[in-house]
Design a protein around this ligand. Structure first.
Ligand code: LRH
Ligand code: MN
Ligand code: MN
Length: 430
C-alpha cells in the first residue's frame, strides 16, 4: 500500500508520546471501571468507526466574496485522493472518500479505482451537482434542475444523476446523495406544489435506475442559494420524498442545513424511528450553512446527535445503518488538518455517547428526574476520552497526535513544490 507520509516519521512521533498515552489510558480505564465501563470495549468500537471525507473538502473552500487558496492545492481527483489518504493514514478514522461530480473529473475510472485501492481508500456516496452549470451543458440550472419548469432541463438533471450512479458502480460506491439548490427568490415566482410534483417525478426516474444494493440519500437545506423558498427545505419534505420514492430512499441530515436552535438530535431520532435516516453530513455552524469544522462551535450538540445514534445502536433499531460523512469548507486552515481534527471530533462524540449510562438514564426518565437525566448525559460528555481515541489510532497504525505528526512530516511543503500555486479571486464554492 502507498503511504503518503513516511512510516518512520509516524513511528518516531509516536515513540515520543507512547508512554504517556499508556499511562493516561490506564488511568482513564481505572476511572471508567468505577463506573462499570470496560475501556477496551469502548476503544474497540471507536477503532471500528469511520467517517467519509468529502473530496471537495481537501481544497481550500471559499465564500461568495473570495477564495484564498493555500499552498499545494490538489490539481485533480488523484491529488485529492492522496490528501485524503494522509487523513486516513494518520487518523485511521476516514477509510472512504465521497466524490462530487463533475467537481471531480473522473474520466479514467479504472485508474481512479486502482489509485483508491493503492491508497487503501474506498468510495462512499456519490454526490451529483445540478446546482451549478458546467461549460457546454445544453440547459442552464439558473432556474432549477430536477424541479425546473422545462422538461428538457429536468431530463438533463436526471441524466446527470444516472451518470453519477454509473460512475459509482465502477468505483464500488453504494449510494447517491442528491442535493439541489432549486427554489425561488420572490413570493409568487414558483408554485410550491407544482415544483415539488416535478421534483418527485424526476426523482422517481433517478430512483428507478438505482441498483438493488444501493441507497438514495436526499439532502434537505432550509435556504441558499434560493432565498425565499427551497423545494427540499426541511426534514418533513425530505421524509415525504423518501416515503414517495420507496424503500431504498432515505433522508440525509447535514448539520448546517437547519434554522438556528432547531433540535437536530430530535429530527435524527424521528428519522431513526421511522427507518428513514440515511446518513449525515457533519460540520458545524454558528449562523447558517457555515460549513465550519465539526465540533468547533457546539460539541455538545454533536454529542447529543451521537447519543441518539448510540441509543439506536444499543437497542439494534430496525433498519438503522446511517452513512457518516463530513461536509465542510475550509477557508482559514490547512484542509488536511481541519479534516483530521473533524474526523477525531466525530469519533470523540461517538466515544462520549458510548459512555452514557443508559440504564440510569432510562430510570431518571421514567421517574421524571430531569436534573439527574441531564447530569447523566453531562457525566459522559465531560469525560476526556482522548486516550481512547489516541490508543485506537495508535493500535490501528495511525498517529497518536495526527496534526503534530502531519506538521513534522512536511507534507504540505512537499506537495507545494509539486503542485503549481493557484490564484484566488472572487466567488468561491459552498
Ligand atoms: C449544500 C451541500 C451539499 C452539497 C455540498 C457541497 O450546501 O451541503 O451537500 O453537495 O454542500
Ligand atoms: Mn451537505
Ligand atoms: Mn451545505
Amino acid at each position: 500500500m502507498t503511504e503518503m507520509i513516511s512510516t518512520s516519521v509516524v513511528e518516531a512521533e509516536n515513540a515520543n508520546r507512547r508512554d504517556v498515552l499508556r499511562r493516561d489510558y490506564e488511568s482513564l480505564g481505572e476511572r471508567l471501571a468505577r463506573r462499570g465501563i470496560d475501556i477496551d470495549a469502548v476503544k474497540q468500537r471507536v477503532a471500528a468507526y469511520g467517517v467519509a471525507v468529502p473530496s471537495w473538502g481537501v481544497g481550500t473552500g471559499g465564500t461568495r466574496f473570495a477564495r484564498f487558496p493555500g499552498l499545494g492545492e490538489p490539481r485533480s481527483i488523484f491529488d485529492k485522493l492522496e490528501d485524503c489518504s494522509v487523513i486516513q493514514q494518520l487518523t485511521r478514522a476516514t477509510p472512504t472518500v465521497s466524490l462530487h461530480i463533475p467537481w471531480d473529473k473522473v474520466s479514467d475510472l479504472k485508474a481512479l479505482r486502482e489509485k483508491g485501492t493503492a491508497l487503501g481508500l474506498g468510495f462512499d456516496a456519490m454526490n451529483s451537482n445540478t446546482f451549478s452549470d458546467t461549460p457546454g451543458q445544453a440547459h442552464s440550472y439558473k432556474f432549477g434542475s430536477l424541479s425546473h419548469t422545462d422538461a428538457a432541463t429536468r431530463r438533463q438533471a436526471v441524466e446527470h444523476n444516472l451518470e453519477c450512479i454509473e460512475i459509482g458502480k465502477e468505483l464500488g460506491s453504494k449510494a447517491l446523495t442528491v442535493w439541489i439548490g432549486d427554489g425561488s427568490n420572490f413570493p409568487g415566482q414558483s408554485n410550491f406544489t407544482r415544483a415539488f410534483e416535478r421534483y418527485l417525478d424526476a426523482m422517481k426516474a433517478v430512483y428507478a435506475a438505482l441498483p438493488d444494493d444501493w441507497r438514495l440519500f436526499t439532502e434537505h437545506k432550509m435556504y441558499e442559494p434560493a432565498f425565499y423558498s427551497t423545494v427540499v427545505q426541511d426534514w418533513g419534505t425530505n421524509y415525504l420524498i423518501a416515503q414517495e420514492l420507496g424503500p431504498k430512499a432515505f433522508c440525509l441530515v447535514d448539520l448546517g442545513h437547519h434554522a438556528p436552535n432547531v433540535n437536530i438530535e430530535m429530527i435524527v431520532a424521528r428519522l431513526i424511528q421511522f427507518k428513514k435516516l440515511g446518513g449525515f453530513h457533519f460540520n458545524d455552524s454558528k449562523y447558517g450553512d457555515d460549513d465550519l469544522d465539526t465540533g468547533s462551535i457546539d460539541p455538545y450538540r454533536l454529542f447529543l446527535v451521537f447519543n441518539e445514534l448510540v441509543d439506536a445502536e444499543v437497542r439494534a433499531a430496525d433498519g438503522f445503518n446511517p452513512a457518516h460523512m463530513l461536509d465542510q469548507s475550509h477557508n482559514v486552515t490547512d484542509p488536511i488538518e481541519s479534516l483530521m481534527t473533524s474526523a477525531m471530533e466525530v469519533g470523540r462524540a461517538y466515544a462520549q455517547a458510548l459512555l452514557v449510562d443508559r440504564r440510569a438514564l432510562e430510570g431518571y426518565q421514567q421517574e421524571n428526574d430531569a436534573l439527574m437525566a441531564s447530569e447523566t448525559l453531562k457525566v459522559a460528555f465531560r469525560t476526556d476520552v482522548e486516550p481512547i481515541l489516541a490508543m485506537a489510532r495508535f493500535e490501528n497504525g495511525g498517529a497518536i497526535a495526527p496534526v503534530a505528526t502531519y506538521r513534522t512530516s512536511g507534507y504540505r511543503m512537499k506537495v507545494a513544490a509539486e503542485r503549481p500555486a493557484v490564484s484566488g479571486g472572487g466567488g468561491g464554492i459552498v
